[in-house]
Design a protein around this ligand. Structure first.
Ligand code: C2E
Ligand code: CA
Ligand code: CA
Length: 726
């Protein structure tokens, strides 16, 4: 902008300079032109004066040639003079005494006679001998404003002056006529004899343009000045004005052009800035998009394709109608590895596993990590046999020891296989089939390879339906509690009851609590279910207390999952207080697993329970860790031998040995032993013989509703109860 202003300013200055110089040149030119005009006026005045003077001399000489002059000859000679010489206002004849005798025109009265003028001595006017006898007056100003010069010429006949021929010359008329002819309207002509102007007026103020010359007026010398009002031409078409206007126009045009140029340049610069910014943004966006795409399609830990990417790949392969084998590899115990070694080790294990996969997979196979502990391998054009061999190879390579951060880690896996051979299976279904097969393989125990079949899907569907129904049952409070009595083998009295959850489905089927519990755990309803069990068991036990038929103890099952919820212990303690039940009459049954997992934390919760007076029982003893040694760490007071060790008694010697060992160890640790699932008299007798004092099983009672139990208990109180064993 500053540059534009400077350039415009320079153009304006140049314009002004040019304008000024053009103006002065115009003044010069006008001065010269004025000089030319003045010279022409000067000549015209001089010539006019001389012409009339010559005429007068000629007229005088023509009288002299005639030799006589009278009134008649005067009239004849002068009658046309004023018409031919319009600046003569009149001619006249003076006699020797200078008395007026004749005038032409007849009415003419020469003013000069009144005027005080002296005839100049006849001079050789302008050194011209012809005019040597002509006398002229100064310029005479008359009262009517006229200006005249009087001319007088003697007429000599036969050597004697006979009179004088006079003429009044109208200077004003002559000068005005010449001025009109030669000068323009803004030019003023001034004539002066000496310093006093007799024609025209000098300007009051200074004028730039004026010229003064001498005019030889017969015997006199006048000064003639012509001055011009405006010193130069201000019309729009004059050169300076044109230069000035052109300069302004050029300035404006150049200014506008430069401005537009600058705007254009700035615009282009801004445009190119914007373009480069846009380019950068596009690059960043592309980078981000590719990152996002990578994130959307890959597993962040192993950088392998994820489930979504696998599905996309399958869709593409299916579209080109390829035969596909999809393996779903589920790693076992990943959660435990995570808990035991931390997530960094678990993550490294996953990455190592991904590397190992690649050592056994064919080059065209696609490997993806589809969930926390599941990988999937898609192979196009593989036979069933090849697929099973591939699955085995994977299993073997993953079962080799992993060495991560100084830890030797062993893991196993279960593998499900799904096939798409010449059918219209879609990608999503194929994935689901592989999932289902892996699920089944896991359910059958680790290290299994299971191929998908239709039954699996049906089972899965049924399971899903059941899950939904159970979820509704829990939500709608449709569950019930049954109670199974525990008997003292010495007295055969009911000493305790175990609360067992029940649900009768719409079609009248009794659904196993194992399924209810598993479903509740999988669907996040376990806490609600657990609280409901605790609450209703204690409520009904309280009712039995009120009815004064309650057994010594009520046992309530708590699953490992429930136990993770630290609030369960508090809930049990609060409920016991609420129903005003002596805590010593409440027992919580937990599996071995709960005791050994999260040892420190669980010990703390278990202590809270026992401190409040509630007792603990180890359920299903023998199925898990199977060591009584660790029992001393826990405030347990009952061990329940799992039904699995009882059912084959008395035939199974092994089970007998185990039962004997458990009973003797428990006796040593002063623990109460309850044998579960006693179904026969033989079993009862054997258990009694090895020192087991308490039992629970169908031989005595199956689980029953509270009302039925209370009838039993009331009978027992009345001494009218005779158990099956008696
Ligand atoms: P459990 O705690 O071992 O319960 C004993 C199971 O053995 C009961 O099965 C019972 O009906 C069955 N039983 C008892 N005597 C005999 C017998 O002589 N022969 C046979 N064949 N079975 C006998 P049920 O009621 O099906 O319960 C299965 C499991 O479900 C329970 O095993 C327990 O772990 C769990 N459970 C049941 N109710 C609850 C509950 O309210 N909460 C929790 N967390 N788990 C529960
Ligand atoms: Ca139990
Ligand atoms: Ca049990």
């Amino acid at each position: 902008m500053v540059a534009i202003s400077v350039i415009c300013m320079l153009i304006l200055i140049s314009t002004f300079t040019l304008y000024k110089s053009a103006q002065s040149r115009q003044v010069d030119l006008q001065g010269k032109m004025l000089n030319v005009e003045v010279n022409r006026v000067q000549r015209a005045i001089e010539v006019n004066l001389q012409k009339e003077a010559y005429f007068l001399v000629w007229l005088a000489s023509s009288f002299e040639a005639e030799g006589v002059i009278d009134g008649k000859s005067w009239r004849v000679a002068t009658q046309d003079v004023t018409r031919t010489f319009p600046f003569f206002s009149g001619l006249y004849w003076l006699n020797l005494e200078h008395k007026l005798q004749w005038t032409t025109p007849g009415t003419f009265s020469p003013n000069h006679l009144k005027a005080d003028w002296k005839t100049s001595p006849p001079v050789g006017l302008n050194n011209m001998p012809v005019l040597s006898k002509l006398s002229t007056s100064d310029v005479l100003r008359h009262s009517n404003g006229d200006l005249s010069i009087e001319m007088l010429h003697p007429v000599i006949i036969e050597g004697k002056v006979v009179g004088y021929l006079g003429a009044s010359y109208d200077i004003k008329k002559m000068v005005e006529a010449i001025a009109t002819q030669f000068l323009t309207g803004n030019q003023t002509l001034v004539l002066s004899a000496g310093t006093v102007p007799f024609f025209g007026e000098l300007p009051d103020a200074f004028v730039a343009l004026s010229t003064t010359v001498d005019v030889i007026a017969l015997g006199d010398v006048w000064q003639m000045t012509v001055w011009q009002q405006s010193n130069f031409d201000m019309s729009y078409f004059s050169l300076p004005m044109l230069i000035f206007i052109a300069g302004i126009v050029v300035t404006v045009l150049v200014g506008i052009s430069l401005y537009l140029l600058e705007v254009n340049i700035i615009g282009r610069r801004a445009e190119s800035d914007t373009v480069s910014m846009l380019k950068e943004e596009i690059l960043q966006r592309r980078e981000m998009e590719s990152q996002l795409q990578f994130t959307a399609n890959h597993d962040p830990q192993t950088h392998l394709p994820n489930r979504f990417a696998m599905e996309t790949y399958l869709e593409r392969s299916i579209r080109s109608d390829q035969d596909i084998v999809l393996l779903c590899v589920a790693l076992d115990k990943l959660q435990e590895i995570n808990d035991m070694y931390g997530h960094i080790v678990a993550d490294q294990l996953l990455m190592e596993a991904a590397k190992r996969f690649k050592t056994v997979l064919p080059p065209h196979a696609i490997l993806a990590r589809v969930s926390n502990d599941q990988f999937m391998v898609a192979c196009a054009g593989m036979s069933q046999l090849e697929a099973e061999m591939q699955a085995n190879n994977i299993k073997i390579c993953l079962e080799e020891e992993f060495y991560i951060e100084d830890n030797d880690i062993l893991t196993t896996c279960a593998i499900g296989i799904a096939y798409r051979y010449n059918n219209d299976l879609q990608a999503e279904e194929l994935l689901r089939h592989a999932d289902t097969a892996a699920h089944k393989a896991k359910a059958l125990g680790s290290r299994k390879v299971v191929a998908y079949n239709q039954t699996m899907q049906e089972q899965l569907t049924r399971k899903k339906e059941l899950e939904r129904a159970i979820r509704n049952a829990i939500n709608n409070d449709e569950l019930k509690l049954h109670f199974q009595p525990q008997v003292d083998l010495r007295t055969r009295q009911i000493v305790g009851v175990e609360a067992l959850v029940r649900w009768e489905s719409d079609n009248g089927t009794m659904i196993s609590p194992d399924i209810i519990i598993q479903t509740a755990e999988e669907t996040g309803l376990m806490q609600r279910l657990g609280h409901w069990v605790v609450d209703s068991a204690l409520k009904q036990f309280s009712h039995m207390l009120d009815e004064r038929c309650a057994p010594k103890c009520i046992a309530i099952n708590v699953s490992g999952h429930e136990f993770q919820d630290g609030y369960l212990a508090d809930y049990v303690i609060r409920s016991v207080t609420r129903y005003d039940i002596p805590p010593s009459r409440v027992q919580i049954e937990l599996t071995e697993q709960v005791f050994i997992e999260n040892l420190e934390r669980n010990q703390h919760i278990l202590n809270r329970l026992t401190t409040s007076g509630i007792s603990l029982a180890i359920d299903d003893f023998g199925t898990g860790y199977s060591s009584l040694a660790y029992l001393k760490h826990f405030p347990v007071n009952t061990v329940k031998i799992d039904r699995g060790f009882i059912k084959d008694l008395p035939q199974s010697k092994d089970d007998l040995v185990i039962c004997q060992a458990v009973v003797s160890m428990a006796n040593l640790l002063q623990l109460k032993v309850v044998a579960e699932g006693v179904e026969t008299l033989d079993q009862q007798e054997l258990l009694r013989n090895i020192g087991c004092n308490f039992a629970q099983g169908h031989y005595y009672y199956t689980p029953m509703p509270a009302e039925e139990l209370m009838v039993l208990l009331k009978k027992q109180r009345a001494g009218r109860l005779f158990p099956a064993s008696s």
